[in-house]
Design a protein around this ligand. Structure first.
Ligand SMILES: *Cc1c(COP(=O)(O)O)cnc(C)c1O
Length: 360
C-alpha cells in the first residue's frame, strides 16, 4: 500500500532520545534531557496535588468541547470562549489549521529555521512551502523578506515568536507593522509557545492586536513553561470565524480529561510561571556569559533554550555530551546546537563538559 503522493519525501518526527534508552546504552545512572525545552522544575505543586487527589471520572469520554478549560482561558486572556480552540498539544492545533485551510493550490511562508511542523503539515496537504531565512547575524525572523514572498496563492504565514530554534524575539510593534502590510485574506499565525519566558517587554504577546486583525491567530501551549508536556494541551486564539472553520476538522474528543483539568489548575498558579521565568533568565545570563567568554557565536534568546555554534564539530560534541549523560539537540543548522536551560547545577556541569571537550 502506497501512501499519499505528498508523503514521499517526509519522515516521522524524531523526538529527543528517551532517557531510559540512553541510560541503558551508556550505562549512566543520571541522564539530563535538555533536548525538548521542557521545564526542568516540572510543574506547579497545585497540579501535583490535583493529580494525586482529585482525578475522577476517567471512564467517561472527556468534554469534547473542553468547555471548562476554555472558560478559564477566556477569562485569563480576556477573550470569548468562541475564540478558542484546544488541541492535544499545540502540535495538533497546527495540524488542524493545515487540514482546514491548505490545498495543493496554496502556499505557506515560514521562517528558516523554525519549528518544522508548520512545513510538515503543509506538505502533507500538498501545499507549497516558501522558506525565508532568518537574519544570519541576529537570528531574527526577516519580516520584510517574508512580505516580499506574498503572492495571490499565499494562504498562511507562520511566525514563531520567540522563534524555535533561534530563541530570538521580534517586538510587538514590528509584528503589528507587518500585519498592517499583509493582505487580509492571508492567515497570519503567531506561535507563542515560549512567550512566558520573554522578559524584554511588558506587552510581549500579539494577542494585544487580535481585535485589530481578523486574519490573526495566536497559539500557545501548556508544554513549555507550564511543564505538562506529557498531558498534551495546546490552544489557539483567533476570531470566531476562524475558530468555527477549525472546529469542523477537530476530532470530537481530541484532548483528554486529565489534561484539560490539569491545565485549568496550572493556569491559576501564575506564581509558578513567574518563578520559572525568573530562574530561567538568571541561567540564560550565565549561558550567555559563558558563550561570550569562550567566543562561541550565539543568538540572543528570550526562551528557555539557547542556540549556539561550536564550529564544525557539532555532531562530535553532541555525541560526547550524550556519553556524559546530557541529551541535547543538534541537526537544526550545521555547526549549531540547541540546549534547553536546565536546573542551575545541571547547566554548570554541562558547561564544564562542553569546555572539557573543546579544550581537547
Ligand atoms: C514545543 C513547541 C510546540 C508544540 O508544543 P506541544 O503543545 O507540546 O505540541 C509548538 N510550537 C513550538 C514553537 C514549540 O517549540
Amino acid at each position: 500500500m502506497r501512501g499519499k503522493e505528498t508523503l514521499k519525501g517526509l519522515r516521522p518526527y524524531t523526538p529527543g532520545r528517551p532517557i531510559e534508552e540512553v541510560q541503558k546504552e551508556y550505562g549512566i545512572e543520571k541522564i539530563v534531557k535538555l533536548a525538548s525545552n521542557e521545564n526542568p522544575f516540572g510543574y506547579s505543586n497545585e497540579v501535583k496535588k490535583f493529580l494525586q487527589e482529585t482525578v475522577t471520572d476517567l471512564q467517561l469520554y472527556p468534554d469534547g468541547g473542553a468547555v471548562a478549560l476554555k472558560e478559564a482561558l477566556a477569562e485569563y486572556y480576556q477573550v470569548e470562549t468562541e475564540q478558542l480552540i484546544v488541541g492535544a498539544g499545540l502540535d495538533e492545533v497546527i495540524q488542524i489549521v493545515s487540514r482546514a485551510y491548505l490545498t495543493p493550490d496554496d502556499e505557506i511562508i515560514v521562517p528558516d529555521p523554525t519549528f518544522p511542523q508548520y512545513a510538515h503539515h503543509a506538505i502533507i496537504e500538498g501545499a507549497k512551502v516558501i522558506k525565508v531565512p532568518v537574519d544570519e547575524k541576529t537570528g531574527e525572523m526577516a519580516l520584510e523578506d517574508m512580505l516580499k514572498e506574498v503572492t495571490e496563492n499565499t494562504k498562511i504565514i507562520w511566525l514563531c515568536n520567540p522563534n524555535n530554534p533561534t530563541g530570538t524575539y521580534v517586538s510587538q510593534e514590528k509584528i503589528t507593522r507587518f500585519l498592517e502590510q499583509v493582505p487580509k485574506n492571508v492567515l497570519v499565525i503567531s506561535d507563542e509557545a515560549y512567550q512566558e519566558f520573554v522578559t524584554i517587554e511588558e506587552e510581549s504577546s500579539t494577542l494585544a492586536v487580535l481585535e485589530q486583525f481578523p486574519n490573526l491567530m495566536v497559539m500557545k501551549t501548556f508544554s513549555k513553561a507550564y511543564g505538562i508536556a506529557g498531558l498534551r494541551v495546546g490552544f489557539g486564539i483567533a476570531s470566531r470565524d476562524i475558530i468555527q472553520i477549525l472546529e469542523v476538522t477537530r476530532l470530537p474528543f481530541n484532548t483528554n480529561s486529565l489534561g484539560q483539568q490539569a491545565a485549568i489548575v496550572a493556569l491559576k498558579d501564575q506564581d509558578f510561571i513567574k518563578e520559572t521565568s525568573r530562574i530561567n533568565r538568571e541561567e540564560l545570563t550565565a549561558w550567555e556569559s559563558f558563550l561570550e567568554k569562550y567566543e562561541m557565536p550565539y543568538y540572543v534568546s528570550q526562551t528557555n533554550f539557547i542556540f549556539f555554534s561550536v564550529g564544525d564539530k557539532d555532531q562530535e560534541v553532541t555525541q560526547y555530551l550524550l556519553e556524559q549523560g546530557f541529551i541535547i539537540r543538534g541537526g537544526l543548522k550545521p555547526g549549531w546546537l540547541r540546549i534547553t536551560i536546565g536546573l542551575p547545577e545541571d547547566n554548570e556541569t554541562l558547561r564544564k563538559h562542553l569546555l572539557a571537550y573543546l579544550a581537547k
